[in-house]
Design a protein around this ligand. Sequence first.
Ligand code: UD1
Length: 364
Amino acid sequence: MLKVICVCGARPNFMKIAPLMDAFARTGKVKAVLVHTGQHYDERMSQLFFRDLGIPEPDINLEVGSGSHASQTAEIIRRFEPVVIENRPDWVIVVGDVNSTIACAIVAVKLGVKVAHVEAGLRSFDRGMPEEINRLLTDSISDMLLVSEPSGVENLRKEGVDDSKIHFVGNVMIDTLMKNRQRANESKILTDLGLTPKKYAVVTLHRPSNVDDARTLGSILDAFEQIAKDMAIVFPMHPRTRKNMANMGLGQRVGSIAGFQTPEPLGYLDFLKLMADSAMVLTDSGGIQEETTILGVPCLTLRENTERPVTITEGTNRLCKPESASIMQAYREQLARGGASAKRPELWDGKAAERIAAIFAAIA
Ligand code: UD1
């Protein structure tokens, strides 16, 4: 039996780890130990996803909590090391691009344990983005690079990674979406929030580049104010965004926009339903760019770059500067375009985790 430690830490990791745990169990040849670093710890940022997605309780929770990048990363490193020493896994599997990803990869590699990175090779080519640093560093020390879209393969080759380490397997996040689409349909979230299908927009924002600077955030809000005259807006607010808004004194302004609501972060099934029935999604998230492509919903990404270019070339995504005039122009064009023309990116077929499990089963 091959022994692997699967690491998850922050909200976008949970939908990636769920199908992997499932697929490993089905091989009968891979024993997967689940470690939660505790990077995200709020009920609505963590436990809710375990329940919605039926992820087994983590075997170990490192309970690191929040902190600056350095102290959070360091604390994960410090707490994960004894776990690897005690469990002696053959592999450590990390997903995505959060601080938990690089922290656990570095612990494993220094203990001589092999590292596999799920969602390898993605590049925004913007080193001002903390996730880009996590992606570059994690890939450079990983022994197996499991890639979700063709650009990832190209990027890794250009960086000189040997082909033998690269496996184009598809997108595990889309496995989770496909598996839960039907269940999400039963969610009552539209009724709860008083929304009519296709008559509202969904917003999510949490990136430092958008929500840490009062001028940028103010300009984004100018656009939302105009859009709210057209259609309702639902903005389930990430805790760091809510905190920033309060500190910048923007809370009252947001509260006074008619047709604009900011519920607490939603669970997976409610959020999937909310996206699927929306007229448009405006976001700075990575994963949502991918999910809207599969749902055929127009997506406007309030960023100057994306590490997921297939969502633009094949999907429903479009980038725009996080500034009110650019947002309004792109919003109108995206509305007119709709989402129908989207193609499904190669291997986004619900079987990525199965492919990954098969690779490990073959070396077991
Ligand atoms: C992290 C990831 C980001 C991902 C995002 C999804 C990194 C570098 N960033 O950003 O790539 O898109 O998760 O949400 O790993 N907080 C809470 N409760 C929680 C978690 C966070 O209140 O359960 C607040 C804390 O004030 C904390 C802040 O949010 O300081 C930031 O959390 P952190 O995990 O450091 O980064 P995110 O912004 O969530």
